[in-house]
Each structure stands twice: as C-alpha cells, then as structure tokens.
Design a binder for this molecule. Structure first.
Ligand code: ACM
Ligand code: ZN
Length: 755
C-alpha cells in the first residue's frame, strides 16, 4: 500500500513555532509547523545510498520504538535521506513537511537522526502521527560516557549488550568497561591464564551495607569472566551502535584479584584470595620492572581486542603502605631521584603512558594520576570533584568530567524509605540534570580540553542487571541532556517530556527504570502547633492522597485518608503527652510511587532552634531538620543530618511554653570511614531569665567501628520553656582510624523533647 500516508487537512501555513522538543536529548533546533502526517503500521522509505549497518539499525529501531515496519519504496518514498558535507561533526537535520527528509553527515549522525525521528512519532488509536517540524542537531561534547563495573558484580554478555542498546537510544558514544578490580578479574588474557582461572572467582561476598554490623558474608563462590571471543563480539556490537569501548585495567591499586593469581607482582609476594569485602586495600602492584613488564604484556592483548584510542589504567586509590616498606620500590625511588611514593606512582604511570603512546594509543586515568606529576600524554578522568579536571586542563591535558557530586549513579536517587540499598550519597535526577562538565574556573581557551562527561556505575550494591537499570535510568537520560544539548531546556520541561513521551518507551522495552523522580515534592514548614506540609505533584492534574496512621502512647492507632488540594497545608500537631508516631503515605496520581514518612510527634516538633554554633554549610539542610519529627537513618544521606566540624556545639531550643518535660532524646550518627564520630559529652541546661542551670551532663559511649545510629535519652523532669544543649566531640580522631589527627564530624538528627 502506497497510500497509507494521509496528508493533514490542516496544512494551511508554513509558519514555524518554537516548541518543547519531544526528542531527548533535546536537539539544537526544534520548530513545529501546523499539521501532521499520518500513517498506519508501515512506513515507506528509500534506503538507497545508506551504509548497510545503518539501514539494518534503522529497521531494528522502528520495531524497538513503535513496532513499525519499514517498507522499501523507491518510487514514492515518504522518507528519504540526504548526505550533508562540510558541517559540524555528527550534524543531522530532519525536515517533516509533506514528506520526511533526513539529512546526515557521518554514519553515526544518521543513527542519531533516526533515533530522533522515531521519538517524533506518536501513536494514537488509528495509527501513527508525525507533527510537521524541522530539527537541526549536533552534540556539544565528544565524550558522552557511561561506565559499568563488572568486577564487584559480573554481568553477562547479553546484559552488557543491553546496557549498550539503552545507551545508544540516548546518543551516548563511550562505554567505559571497568574490567578489573580487587573483587574479580573479568577479561581473558591468554599469556596469563591464572588471571581468570583464579582471579575471576571469589569465595565470599559481603551481605549487607559495609556499615551494617555485625558483618556477614555469603560463602558461595562467585565470579565470571569474558573470553576474548566474547569481548570481540561486544566491541563489534558496540561499534555497530556507534559506541566506542574504553577498557579499564586497574593499576597499581585495586589489584587484589590479579595478585591472588600472581602474588609475585606485589611487593611482598604474600598469597591472598580474591577480595569479598568492599573498599581500598593496601596490597597493590609493586612498581618493580617485572610487574611493569607483566602489565605491558597484559595491555598488548587488551590493545588487540579494543581498537579505540583510549585505554584506562585506573590509577585511583592506591595506598603507598607496601611501597614504603619494599626494598625494590625504595631502590627505584633512589635510582630515579623520586622524592616520595606519589612520584613513584607518577613514574609507574609514565612508563605505561610511554608504552601506550608508542602503540598509537592514549592513556586515561582517574585524577590521582595528577599526584606526583602528570605524565606527558595522559588524559584525566576527574571523579573527586571538578578540581582535578581543572588542574589537568590548566596543564593542557584532555579531561573527562565525572564528579561524584553529579555523576555517581551508585548513589541514592530518591529520599523514600523504600529506595533499594545504595552505597550512600544522594544524586537526584535534577542534580544530574544540573551537571555542566565545564566549570566556571576555565576560560575560553581552556574549555576545549574538556572532552565531555561520564557517569560511573559501581556495583558493590548492585548485584543484578535489573538493579543496574534501576540505578541508571532515568538518570542517564538527564546526563544525556547535559552532554549533548548546546542549551539545556529547563528541568521542568525535561521532566514533562520524560513523563509524557519517554516513560512509555522505557516501559515498552521493559526497562526497570526508577520512578523515584515521580514522587511528589513535599514542602515542610514549622507551624504554631507543630509542623505542616504541602504537596506539589509532578503532574498538576493528579489528586493528592494522604494516608495518615497515628500510633498513640496507649498503643491505639487510628487510620485516616485525606484528599488534599494543591497548595493546601496539612498540619501535624505536637503530642500533648509522650512521643507518638504519625505514619504518612503521600501519593499523587496513578504513576506516582508513595512517599512514606514516620513522624515522631514530640513536644519539640517544629519548635524554633537557635544554632549558637553554626553547622557546616555542606551538611545543613535547614533548622527544621532537627525537629521535623523524622530521625536520620542508615545508610545515611547528607540531607537527613545536620553536620558540625567543630569540637564543641551549642544550641538553644524554645519549647514555646513553660511546661513539665520528662526527657530529651538526641540521635547521633557514627561512620568512621567518613570521619563521623559520636560525641564525648552532652550537657543539658534549662534557661530561666537568661541564666543557665545545668541539669545533666552525660558521656556518650562509643562502640566499635562502622556505621551506627545512637539514641541518647536524658531524663529531665523539669519545668522550663528554654533549653540549652552543649555537645563536645573528641578533640581529634584517634590513631588507626581514617582521618586520625583531624577534628571528627558530629552528625545530629533528631532532637525530641517529651512531655
Ligand atoms: C573511583 O570512584 N574510585 C574512581
Ligand atoms: Zn614494591
């Protein structure tokens, strides 16, 4: 059938209107005209002149997006292609009037164009509709990357291919494959077979979050690796989707799996197993010649498998403990006039840089490779913030920005209690959206050194591929905006297009994306009688439904269902007696997942607090945090706790009326990996006519290491209105703990005063 393309009857004008584009990442130009084109299940297309791979990919994309059949019609095609020359790299355009003209420059840009074209098609009850429009587009950055750690958890070839598929829909072009780490070596190296025979398998894996005590381990043997044939298959698959793979072979740190196979390449040759715990380990590759030669032989095989320009050699988190005690390492330092072990690491990386450069490749490493001097040709991947990237660009080196603040997809993305376990941190969809790989410190001449950006997906707490999809989508789509768009639309506009157009696509393809961003936005305030909140649903037309369950001291509970209207505040009152709990579940519309809260409605709920000692700006989410009824929890996220970096903390509470108070309950956090410790002493005073009277001074008992929350209950039995709290921390972190010698952090949430 050639007549399945009906012309719109509304074709009255050729005037274009700037509109919100349904394409993600959003194109440089999108303009709509009046009218649409319609077709039913198949679309006539003229593929002549297109490269075979591109044609095959287009046929597949038409199915993936909409189950549309592309029929070849050279006489009366509805879609035709044109080749562009002398344009910005990877430029394309789409012109939809009475026919569709797709103009492309590179083969990749033809693929990008066709993805965009598919995203313009809307399905209705009759068939498919295409708004008449004009699209012009090209990418902002040349490195648009996603990383996947297959060492902490292993993912099959099919899963890796699916990861690549999903990347390709959103115009990513670089897949950083993190193939080796302490917990498993995942690439077959024929000259060193033990790397996979031994190094790909571990005998135990930590069960819960590393801060959960007591720690338990799953004693099942766990592992896997890719044969060289499988690697070739994945590389070729990625290539067919215009994605380059950057392999990472970690050195000199994160090398415990390799050293389990070949302990002779460590400093002390002590045989240890492949690691089953997460973290940073002292045993690393020795800097001696034998190790360097071994690693260069490994790289020889890697280079054959991965034809891309960049080879990632890690370089992060390499403790120098063993190097300091190793005769060979120390001799190397003397022979080469190296003043410390950082310079020795720099020497190590320089030898790899030289080797790769001679083979026509380029070395890239994490920003620690700046320490001790950056080697001549190295590119830097900045993960500990933007600073490493700025320093490297200042030195004239190429940079990929991948800061933890915006680009770590192993962090939490929602505040709900039902969020699956993550390593920690909070990186919302909006935070990712705000990512700009070019920091303001760089001037116009330095900007071109920033190749682009990348998100990292570390898999300590991501044991299966469904969870990979959950952690990565939709955050990867927000990242694609940050890396592709010349000018990003507002976050609200992005969110609307994501919800209206792209969720359906993800659902159609069974992507287990996170719906946390569809949770309603909730604003909290203090009120006369306690606290109040209002709800801002993502979709303003949806109903706001609140389920309130009140558990009172007498053990009775009461269930209420409340329908709120937009901008209506709902108040939660202080308890007249005791510390009753109000469980709230807030839902807005069908697609929304409920936000759940447990509010401890004590007598201090929502009361004013005066911070005599100011909290650290990095961990201060507002005065209400301490009295919003919501206790900070583990694993901790920055926004739930108020953090202080002083040894003494003073604050004053106004309980708003003089009354008899039974006790005060304070909650503290401890996570010694993050330098957060329990305080040493808490002193509570009541204040009468401006005078303080100490009623209790209490030491806090600190336990073993790891993460924990401690409630400290102090009896009051006093009548007062004003209360003064003084908290003293350790003067410094004791020896043997991370950050020893520094002032510890004190994290508080919540303060509950009970009548
Ligand atoms: C890293 O996250 N250690 C690069
Ligand atoms: Zn050594």
């Amino acid at each position: 059938m050639k007549s399945n393309f009906l012309l719109s009857l509304l074709l009255l004008t050729q005037e274009y209107f700037a509109q919100i584009s349904p394409i993600l990442p959003a194109p440089v130009t999108y303009k709509e005209m009046d009218g649409s084109l319609y077709f039913t299940e198949s679309l006539d297309i003229d593929f002549s002149g297109l490269p075979v791979n591109l044609k095959d990919q287009m046929i597949e994309l038409a199915t993936v997006y909409h189950d549309i059949k592309l029929s070849i019609d050279l006489n009366k095609p509805r879609v035709r292609f044109k080749k562009l020359v002398n344009v910005i790299k990877d430029s394309y355009s789409i012109n939809i009037s009475d026919e569709v003209i797709i103009s492309y420059s590179s083969e990749a840009s033809g693929y990008y164009a066709f993805n965009s074209f598919m995203q313009l098609i809307e399905k209705d009850s009759v068939g498919f509709a295409l708004k008449k429009c004009f699209v012009k587009d090209y990418p902002k950055f040349s490195w648009r990357g996603l990383h996947l750690d297959v060492s902490r958890h292993f993912f099959t070839v099919d899963e890796v291919k699916r990861y690549i598929d999903l990347m390709s829909f959103y115009k990513f072009n670089t897949f950083h494959w993190h193939l080796t780490d302490d917990q498993g070596w995942r690439i077959e190296i024929k000259s060193f077979p033990k790397l996979t025979q031994i190094g790909a398998w571990r005998d135990s894996t930590l069960n819960n979050h590393y801060s959960t005590k007591p720690r338990t381990f799953n004693k099942e043997r766990y592992g896997g690796y890719y044969t060289q044939e499988q690697i070739k298959e994945v590389v070729s698959y990625a290539n067919s989707k215009y994605i380059t793979i950057v392999p990472e072979i970690e050195m000199p740190g994160h090398s415990r799996a390799a050293l389990a196979a070949y302990p002779e390449y460590s400093c002390n040759s002590i045989q240890q197993g492949v690691e089953g715990f997460w973290g940073v380990f002292d045993d690393i590759f020795c800097s001696k010649d034998e190790t360097i030669v071994f690693l260069q032989k490994v790289l020889d095989e890697v280079l054959v498998l991965f034809p891309g320009e960049y080879i990632h050699i890690g370089g992060d988190e390499a403790p120098k403990t063993r190097w300091k005690k190793c005769e060979k390492c120390q001799n190397l330092m003397k022979e080469n006039n190296l003043k410390d072990e950082h310079q020795l690491q720099s020497y190590f990386i320089q030898r790899m840089d030289k080797y790769l450069t001679e083979k026509g490749r380029k070395l890239i490493g994490w920003d620690e490779i700046l320490e001790g001097g950056l080697s001549t040709n190295a590119a830097v991947m900045s993960w500990r913030g933007f600073e490493g990237g700025v320093e490297a660009a200042n030195l004239g080196h190429l940079v990929v920005m991948s800061p933890g603040s915006h680009c770590y997809f192993d962090h939490y993305q929602g505040k709900g209690k039902d969020e699956p376990l993550a390593i920690g941190g909070y990186t919302s969809l909006e935070k990712v959206y705000d990512f700009n790989p070019v920091p303001s410190q760089l001037n116009k001449q330095q900007e071109p050194y920033i190749l682009g950006g990348q998100a990292n997906v570390w898999t300590e707490y991501i044991a299966d591929f469904k969870k990979v999809e959950y952690m990565v989508y939709p955050r990867a789509i927000a990242l694609s905006q940050a890396l592709w768009c010349l000018e990003k639309p507002s976050f609200k506009d992005f969110q609307k297009v994501l919800i209206d157009r792209h969720i359906r696509f993800l659902q159609k393809n069974n992507v287990n994306f996170s719906k946390s961003f569809i949770s309603p936005e909730i604003e909290w305030k203090n009120s006369k009688k306690g606290i109040k909140f209002k709800v801002l649903p993502i979709d303003l037309t949806s109903k706001i439904q609140v389920n309130l369950n009140e558990e009172n001291l007498d053990g009775k509970s009461q269930q209420k269902e409340i329908q709120l209207i937009e901008n209506q505040w709902l108040e939660i009152n202080r308890a007249k007696k005791g510390n009753s709990i109000r469980n709230l579940s807030i839902k807005t519309g069908e697609n929304s997942i409920p936000s759940n809260f447990s509010i401890h409605a004590s007598a201090s709920l929502g009361v004013p607090i005066k911070f005599i000692t100011k909290p650290s700006p990095s961990y201060n989410s507002g005065d209400l945090t301490l009295v919003d009824g919501q206790r900070g929890a583990l694993p901790w996220r920055g926004n739930e706790w108020i953090g202080f970096d002083t040894t003494e903390i003073e604050l004053e509470i106004d309980l708003s009326k003089k009354d008899n108070y039974k006790y005060i309950n304070l909650s503290f956090l401890k996570d010694d990996h993050a330098w957060i410790h329990f305080p040493q002493d808490i002193e509570i005073s009541i204040v009468e006519k401006g005078k303080r009277k100490i009623i209790e001074s209490k030491p806090v008992i600190s336990f073993s290491s790891g993460g924990q929350v401690q409630q400290v209950k102090i009896e009051l039995k006093k009548s007062t209105r004003f209360m003064h709290i003084r908290i003293k921390s350790l003067l410094e972190i004791p020896n043997g703990l991370p950050g020893s010698g520094h002032v510890p952090w004190t994290f508080i949430d919540e303060i509950e005063v009970v009548r």
